[in-house]
Every structure is written in C-alpha cells, then in structure tokens.
Design a protein around this ligand. Sequence first.
Ligand code: MD6
Ligand code: FE
Length: 218
Amino acid sequence: MNLDLFDEAASHQPPRTEQIGPQTFVLRAFALPFIDDLLPPLRAVLKAAPFRRMVTPGGQNMSVALSNCGPLGWTTDARGYRYTGVDPQTGLPWPGLPQSFLRLAAAAAAQAGFVDFRADACLINRYVPGARMSLHQDRDERDFDAPIVSVSLGLPAMFQMGGLQRSDRALRVPLLHGDVMVWGGVDRLRFHGVLPLKEGHHPVMGPQRINFTLRKAG
Ligand code: MD6
Ligand code: FE
C-alpha cells in the first residue's frame, strides 16, 4: 500500500512548485503526504516543551508563541536573540528532532536545489488569530549557506517576502496547510514577516496556525 500516493490523490492537490525568488520556492501541499508522521511527534515535542510567549530584546511581548526541538533552539529575552542547547524554562535539552521532520526537510530542500540539508534546529511558532510576525531577517544562525525549510500547518496566513533592505517592497504569499517554503543562497537574508492571522477554524489544527522552520544553526 502506498500511502503517499493515496493521500495525494485523495486531496486533489498534487504538489506544485512556485519560484518566488532566485533561491526561494513555495512547494504547495508538499507536507501533506508526510502529515500523519508529523503530527504525533509534534504533539510529543509540545508536551515536553510547551508553547510560550517570549520577550524581544526591545521589551516587546511576541504575539507568536514558540517552542523548539533539536540540538539547538532559538530563544529571545531581554539579553538578545540566540540559539541554546537547553530550554530556558526547564533547564533541560530541547526535545529531539523527529526523524519525520528531518526527512521532510531534506526532501523539500532537495526539491529546491539544496542537496544534503541536515537541520540541527527546529523553531515551532504558534499563531492564534491576530498574532503576527513583523519584518525581520533570520541571521542568528552560524552560517548562511544552508537553506531554511518552513512548514505551514492549520489556518492560512499571508506571508510577506521582502528584499535585502527593510524598505524593499514585500511580495504577499498566502501559505496554506501543508505548504512548505524553502529559501537560501542569495535569498537567505531577505526580510520577511507574517500579517495578523485571520479568525478561523481549521479542520485538522483548529483555530490556529503552526509553522515550523528547520535550520542549520550551529
Ligand atoms: C512564519 N516564518 O511563517 C514565520 N523565517 O510563521 C519565518 O519567520 C521564516 O517561514 C525564515 C524562513 C522561513 C520562514
Ligand atoms: Fe524568519
């Protein structure tokens, strides 16, 4: 029995690749064939390291709640942004990175032309209606050669993909349940953000959007 083919056929949404920059790709529905292997480990990770809202170095409470899994996890507090090996809330190592996350990340990266992507960090974001992410660059990782793979689950979001300057005009990209974005190379430091999440109820994920991004941070 080939569950992957079955899921694709059942969803009437074959994966489609949209290129929105020289090295930025939106892989539509790419995560759907993996979904049954993603959700149980995701639940286990969140049980060990629950979502929490963090404070930016500027003193703002983030509207997005976050958690991490993998050898390194991204955190922020009054002292700054950084990757740490332990959850500051428990002092314990972050939960392990599920194999299914790593498999999905490597497959998506390869589809976008990045061979041998091995993530060592996974940042998990939860958006409830109204939550947003202002324009930022991802620059806390040690090297910018590896791409970032970003998986969207649940309610639709409007992603903003800007340029290398904060003032560059941003393209709006709707991201739906199962969509995967991959970017790297010359696009690695593009500014990006997420507009306030609209109210809604997703049949699988409920009244929220969960986004997880796989990175090579160390
Ligand atoms: C989000 N994502 O989609 C926020 N960063 O909820 C990000 O900030 C992000 O999706 C780097 C690469 C991909 C992303
Ligand atoms: Fe980001």
